[in-house]
Write a protein of this length. Structure first.
Length: 246
């Protein structure tokens, strides 16, 4: 882990846009940006964990002013190097507690980033921080996976999600604490490399309670940005909570 940039230092930032795979497909990005632009309704957007600008830049091009918060200077440097990247204000800091000026009509956390907060206390603090930045009637959007505990055989705690001759990737779950980690082993030029990133998985009902503690209420929950129904078979969800207007 990089002391300044956490788990998203220069080495990760240098290949992040390529390593995230289908999240960078134009159709995925356009659907996500359209969804958020509709919620912004002409107002400002706040992205927590803005990273390299995968979502922020397309949203900006739809006429939505975006302010970002991110801990990693290395990731933000990649954003700055892209066309229009210098048009987005970014505050360096922990998005669970960092304050920025003004209020926003929509705030959002995408691609499982809520799980980068590795304690329940930090996740609750994030909801409260967002609520303080939202204008009345504003929305908070979270995209996050459903924990894949149904894939765990009895007595095991590892779920592989990539296996090839030179690369292995797997998640490790601790169901007692909701701690998890994504682990990667890669062989490069005959040498093995290993890295591990910690997360805390969180259930939809738990997020709803965090929202309630922050004074927000659930407005809608979908399987994906395409607004397919959320069901017991969904592997992730896109949830929208709103700040009451009165």
């Amino acid at each position: 882990m990089d002391e300044a940039d956490g788990y998203f230092g220069e080495r990760t930032a240098a290949t992040y846009d390529e390593s995230s795979g289908d999240m960078f497909e134009p159709g995925v990005i356009d659907t996500t940006a359209d969804f958020l632009a509709e919620l912004a309704a002409g107002g400002r957007a706040l992205e927590l964990g803005i990273g390299t600008g995968r979502v922020a830049l397309p949203l900006l091009r739809r006429g939505v002013p975006v302010h970002g918060i991110d801990l990693s200077r290395a990731m933000v440097a990649r954003l700055r190097a892209k066309p229009d990247g210098d048009a987005i204000d970014v505050t360096i800091g922990d998005f669970a507690t960092t304050k920025v000026d003004g209020t926003f009509s929509v705030a959002y956390l995408v691609f499982n980033t809520i799980m980068n907060l590795t304690t329940q206390e930090e996740q609750v603090a994030c909801f409260r921080n967002v609520a303080a930045h939202l204008e009345p009637g504003g929305s908070f959007v979270v995209e996050v996976i459903i924990p894949e505990l149904r894939r765990l055989p009895a007595g095991q705690n590892v779920v592989p999600f990539h296996v090839s001759p030179t690369r292995w990737a797997f998640d490790i779950y601790d169901v007692a604490t909701q701690a998890t980690s994504s682990n990667y082993v890669e062989v490069v030029d005959g040498r093995g490399e290993y890295r591990s990133i910690p997360f805390r998985y969180v259930w939809p009902s738990e997020l709803d309670l965090m929202a309630q503690l922050a004074g927000l209420r659930l407005r809608e929950r979908w399987d994906d940005w395409t607004r397919e129904p959320f069901t017991s078979e969904s592997r992730k969800h896109v949830s929208v909570w709103e700040k009451p207007a009165d």
